[in-house]
Design a protein around this ligand. Structure first.
Ligand SMILES: [Fe+2]
Length: 127
């Protein structure tokens, strides 16, 4: 079973190296907290906040997944070089038409540093 890295409050980390390591791998789910049933809405997933991740041939973010509770609902795959081999924030937009309220979580895979989980985001669906 792989280790899953959970989000860390980097303001509590003292070492710059650890802040960088945790922040640059952590996915963030960005979307509306309330959406209308049947309307398509955007769910953005961005990796990192203050620190960006490498895009090297042997070290890059290969996968971003979006989960609704325990159900995988979308996956994006990347090849190295997509970000011109520059440090940046990997990101993807997913478009969802919700039928019921959701609890969304993103997972990201770094080819060198494993599996990283976002905080969960509640999305209320209203009529
Ligand atoms: Fe990494």
């Amino acid at each position: 079973m792989p280790r899953v890295f959970k989000p860390v409050d980097i303001s509590k980390e003292e070492k710059e190296l650890r802040k960088d390591y945790f922040d640059r791998h952590t996915p963030h789910v960005i979307c509306e907290s309330e959406v209308k049933r049947g309307d398509k809405f955007k769910v953005k997933v961005v990796i990192g906040d203050e620190y960006s991740h490498p895009d090297d041939h042997d070290h890059y973010i290969s996968t971003i997944q979006l989960w609704n509770r325990e159900t995988l609902i979308a996956t994006a795959s990347f090849s190295s070089g997509m970000l011109a081999n520059q440090k940046s924030h990997f990101e993807v937009d997913f478009y969802i038409i919700p039928s019921v309220s959701m609890n969304l979580t993103a997972m990201a895979v770094c080819t060198n540093h494993g599996l990283w989980q976002s905080d969960s985001v509640e999305v209320k669906v209203v009529d």
